[in-house]
Structures are given as structure tokens and as C-alpha cells.
Design a protein around this ligand. Structure first.
Ligand code: G1P
Length: 277
């Protein structure tokens, strides 16, 4: 029912300079896997196998990562090292990958709108790969796809954050509709201290219905002079319905050094396969 997942990966990753000077931030590894691979694995687990990237200058390593590497594979063929590539090989076999470029950094809303050409007229997932998520039983995107079947409208994943951190996120207010589910009635992108409508912060997982594109086309620049997906979603919530879902699992902000280190320690203890590298 939902097959496509959009990965906006054009951002510069300035919080990780100088590591990201010549390298895509999404290729930073958490233990032995790049961040973007975790995101694609989560999408595939949810049944979203048409993977669409909104990319930019300096991001070609992402395309190479999701392709064969004949010389390398030839070199290690028949050795124990081949096992280290089995995960990414099987991921590549399950997916199609398409790419379009965002030429100007004009906000997440603009990046998503740039992906319209790859998505077309269907509901789709969005993964911000620097938010690394681990579901307790099912992946976060899979949990959201299940919810989409019920509500058939856009869904944002949310998490409670300390009040002094709300200024880093899109923040929602909504009416509780039962366990973990809110019907959104307000949304503010990166509110100033004291202006947050709650402590429920949007994290980097969305399911969007395709009417979002027309709304984005008419959304003026908002916070920081950029077109914000949060503003477009608020419009969708006003005219239709947007659900906020407090996901079951853990999320690490790998765009920050603290989150990156915490994710690395978590993965080292929980996901690392000693024989895989
Ligand atoms: C973006 C969104 C924000 C959301 C966040 C989640 O902000 O604009 O609403 O809370 O992702 O990671 P960014 O982190 O790209 O500045």
C-alpha cells in the first residue's frame, strides 16, 4: 500500500565538521554501518522498497553504497570477508533506488517538494537518516505504516523531550485519541523558549499523503527563512487530519556528537555482530 520512502540527504552536516567537509553526513558509520543504511533497512522492514533520495553536491558516496562494487567484491570473493557485505547486498537486491538533486538548501519542506518527481501521487514515508531509531518490537516506520492503514492521513512520529530542548524540533499540540496517538491541532517549528505548545517533539519519521506537495508549493518560507514541512503539515491538519504518534522504541539524534556517541555505544552492545567485519 505504501511502497516509497523519501530520504532527504542534501544537508551539509555542519555540526560534524570537519568530518563532513568532503563526506556525506549520512555515510558516518555507527559501528560498521553507515547511518543511511540503518534508515533504508528500517524502510524495507516496513515494506517500503522504492527508495528515493533527494541528494545534493558531495553526496555521491550514497549512490555508490547502494550499488555493487565489482572490484572490491571480486577481490574478497571466496574469502571470509564476503560475509561483511551480505547485509548490504541483500538490501540492494530488495530495493529500487532513485535520485534527484536539490540545488539550493531551502529547508526540509523544499527538499521534500523536490522529491515530488520521484514520488508522484501516492502516500510515502520520509526518513531523516540522522535520527537513528530502534523499535522495541517493530521498527518505527513499520509501526507508522500500521497506523496509516487505520487513519489514511499524514502521520508524524513524536517523542517527549525536556522543555529546554523543544527549540530544536517541530513541536505539536493535539487531542489524545488513545494510546500513543494524538490528532494534531497545532504545530510550531523550533519554538522560542516559552512558546512551545507542548514537549512533544517531531522526530525524523513521517508518512505523508501526496496532497502535501501542493500545500508545500504554497507554503511561504518560515523559521530561518526556509520552507518548513512543519508549516505544511499544520495546514494539512487544519484542512484535514494529521496524526502524531508516540513511537515505541529508542531514538538517537546522530546529528549531535552526544547522540552519535550514545548510538555507537548502544549499537556496539546490541547490534554489533563480532564476525561480520
Ligand atoms: C527537522 C524538522 C523538525 C524535526 C526534526 C527532527 O529539523 O524541521 O521539525 O523536529 O527535523 O529531527 P532539523 O533537525 O533538520 O533542523
Amino acid at each position: 500500500m505504501i511502497n516509497k520512502c523519501l530520504f532527504p540527504v542534501a544537508g551539509y552536516g555542519t555540526r560534524f565538521l570537519p568530518a563532513t567537509k568532503a563526506m556525506a553526513k549520512e555515510m558516518l558509520p555507527i559501528v560498521q554501518k553507515p547511518l543511511v543504511q540503518y534508515g533504508v533497512e528500517e524502510a524495507v522492514e516496513a515494506g517500503l522498497t522504492d527508495i528515493a533520495f533527494v541528494t545534493g553536491r558531495g553526496k555521491r558516496a550514497i549512490e555508490d553504497h547502494f550499488d555493487r562494487s565489482y572490484e572490491l567484491e571480486h577481490q574478497i570473493a571466496g574469502t571470509g570477508k564476503e560475509a561483511a557485505l551480505s547485509g548490504i547486498r541483500s538490501l540492494i537486491d530488495q530495493c529500487t533506488f532513485s535520485y534527484t538533486r536539490q540545488r539550493h538548501m531551502a529547508g526540509l519542506g523544499n527538499a521534500i517538494l523536490t522529491g515530488k518527481t520521484l514520488i508522484g501521487d501516492e502516500a510515502f514515508g520520509v526518513v531523516l537518516a540522522d535520527d537513528l531509531c530502534f523499535g522495541h518490537h517493530k521498527g518505527v516506520l513499520q509501526q507508522m505504516v500500521t497506523l496509516y492503514r487505520q487513519f489514511r492521513c499524514s502521520i508524524v512520529a513524536i517523542e517527549e523531550v525536556p522543555e529546554d530542548e523543544t527549540h530544536k524540533y517541530g513541536v505539536i499540540a493535539g487531542d489524545s485519541m488513545g494510546d500513543r496517538i494524538y490528532r494534531v491541532n497545532n504545530m510550531v517549528e523550533k519554538p522560542a523558549p516559552g512558546d512551545a505548545p507542548s514537549n512533544l517533539a517531531i522526530i525524523g519519521r513521517y508518512i505523508l499523503t501526496p496532497d502535501i506537495f501542493e500545500i508545500l508549493e504554497n507554503t511561504p518560507p518560515g523559521k530561518n527563512g526556509e520552507v518548513q514541512i512543519t508549516d505544511a503539515l499544520l495546514e494539512q491538519a487544519r484542512t484535514g487530519c494529521v496524526i502524531a504518534y508516540k513511537f515505541d522504541g529508542r531514538r538517537f539524534d546522530c546529528g549531535s556528537v552526544d547522540g552519535f556517541v550514545a548510538a555507537t555505544n548502544y549499537c556496539y552492545q546490541n547490534c554489533y555482530l563480532p564476525n561480520a567485519g
